[in-house]
Design a protein around this ligand. Structure first.
Ligand SMILES: Nc1ncnc2c1ncn2[C@@H]1O[C@H](COP(=O)(O)OP(=O)(O)OP(=O)(O)O)[C@@H](O)[C@H]1O
Ligand SMILES: [Mg+2]
Length: 238
């Protein structure tokens, strides 16, 4: 399944408890590996812990117990600054809502986080233009979010995620707000990016989209089932 590669991310015995009076064990003893170049779908019913797991893996949240390694470093024990740097420099994010800044153009929405990382303006501009181009929306660079369709907004947010050249992209229901054509287009874009070498972890409710991943990890009541190649015939060794 891994093609003999080292995992990019490994999670061991993850537990996440949430809530104050009524504590919910949102994740209960989860082990998971994410390999470089794979397209992994996280599935399961509402409340099964998919977002919780994605937030832990992507250093947006910390586990109650358990450990997560990224490229040999234990990210659970890192301080907040190092985790923020990791998110900025190594991870890309795509959510159900696009979170584009309303007063800025598509291009600026992509360059602003790159400038934050210290890239010079000309490099940030070049990367943003390349990302927009690769998603087929180069001509939308000067538009603000309210001048874009939902599908176009989501493409810009994907362009923003990939312009940082992340090691791994985390997507939580990226098609959740889209009509079926835009949703299909988004999945095609992800498939192409994975074919080009990107690593993707995507939460989805849609069985048809999960079926396009190379591996599906199914959650139920905070536990992982089928944490194996669920469709070995479509696993591609890279
Ligand atoms: N801040 C919180 N306080 C208390 N419980 C929470 C909190 N956030 C999530 N939970 C609970 O943790 C469990 C897992 O939630 P999570 O958001 O990970 O589910 P999900 O699989 O992403 O669901 P959905 O498909 O609806 O997005 C649920 O039982 C949820 O009610
Ligand atoms: Mg969720």
């Amino acid at each position: 399944m891994s093609g003999g590669k080292e995992p990019l991310l490994s999670a061991r015995a993850l537990v996440r408890e949430l809530g104050e009076q009524m504590v919910t064990r949102a994740l209960d003893d989860v082990d998971l590996e994410v390999y470089p170049g794979e397209f992994l779908a996280l599935t399961g019913p509402s409340g099964s812990g998919k977002s919780t797991l994605l937030y832990l893996l992507s250093a947006l949240d910390r586990p109650t117990s358990g450990d997560i390694w990224f490229g040999g470093s234990n990210i659970t024990s890192m301080d907040d600054d190092r985790r923020a740097a990791l998110r900025r420099e190594r991870f890309g994010f795509v959510f159900q809502f696009h979170f584009l800044l309303p007063e800025f153009t598509s291009l600026e929405n992509i360059t602003i986080p790159l400038r934050h990382r210290g890239l010079p303006q000309n490099v940030a501009d070049r990367r943003a233009k390349d990302a927009l181009e690769s998603l087929g929306i180069a001509e939308l660079h000067g538009r603000r979010p309210h001048q874009l369709s939902g599908g176009q907004q989501q493409r810009v947010s994907i362009a923003r995620a990939i312009a940082g050249k992340p090691n791994i992209v985390f997507a939580d229901e990226p098609t959740g707000n889209l009509d079926s054509r835009s949703a299909e287009a988004t999945i095609r874009i992800f498939e192409q990016l994975v074919a080009d070498g990107m690593t993707l972890v995507m939460v989805t409710h849609e069985p048809a989209f999960a079926a396009r991943a190379r591996r599906e990890v199914h959650l139920s009541d905070g536990r992982v089932y089928d944490n194996e190649a669920t469709r070995p015939n479509v696993i591609i060794m890279r």
